[in-house]
Design a protein around this ligand. Structure first.
Ligand SMILES: [Zn+2]
Length: 140
C-alpha cells in the first residue's frame, strides 16, 4: 500500500492491484447516449483529473456507474469509481481538482465490483461537467 493526501483524505492505496482489477473489468456496460458521451469525454478530461486517476490506477473509461442531469451547455455527471485502498472515515465533501471537476472519497461502497475484494474497496465519487461530444442529437 502507498499513502497519499488528497484534499482532506489520507488515503492508502495499491496502484498496481487497482490497475490489475481494471484490466479484468469489462468495458462500461451501459450503451445509452449519456453513458457513451461520458466515455467519449474521458480522453479529453483535464490533465489534473487524468493524472489523479492514473496515480490511483483507475481506468477513466471504466466507471462503476455514472448518471447525469441535463444542463444547458454542459451535462452534469455524477458517479463513482472504485479502487484498492482505504481512508479514514470522513463526511462526504467535494474537492475541486479542476474547474468543473470535483471528487470525493468514501468507504460507503455502492455496487461492489467483483474484481476488488470488499475489505479492500475504496470509492471515489465524481461530479464532472462535460460537453456533449456525440453526433447523436442530445435529447432530455
Ligand atoms: Zn447509461
Amino acid at each position: 500500500m502507498q499513502r497519499t493526501q488528497i484534499g482532506p483524505w489520507e488515503i492508502e492505496y495499491d496502484r498496481e492491484a487497482t490497475r490489475t482489477a481494471y484490466a479484468r473489468m469489462k468495458p462500461y456496460g451501459c450503451t445509452c447516449a449519456y453513458c457513451r458521451n461520458y466515455v467519449a469525454n474521458v480522453s479529453s478530461l483535464p490533465d489534473a483529473v487524468l493524472q489523479l486517476l492514473d496515480n490511483l490506477g483507475i481506468d477513466p473509461a471504466k466507471p462503476t456507474e455514472v448518471f447525469t442531469y441535463g444542463m444547458s451547455n454542459l451535462l452534469e455527471y455524477n458517479g463513482f469509481y472504485h479502487l484498492v485502498g482505504k481512508c479514514a472515515a470522513h463526511a462526504l465533501q467535494w474537492l475541486s481538482v479542476a474547474e468543473r471537476f470535483e471528487v470525493g472519497f468514501t468507504q460507503n461502497i455502492d455496487m461492489q465490483p467483483d474484481e476488488i475484494s470488499p475489505e479492500q474497496t475504496l470509492q471515489m465519487e465524481i461530479s464532472f461537467q462535460l460537453p456533449w461530444l456525440l453526433d447523436d442529437p442530445y435529447t432530455e
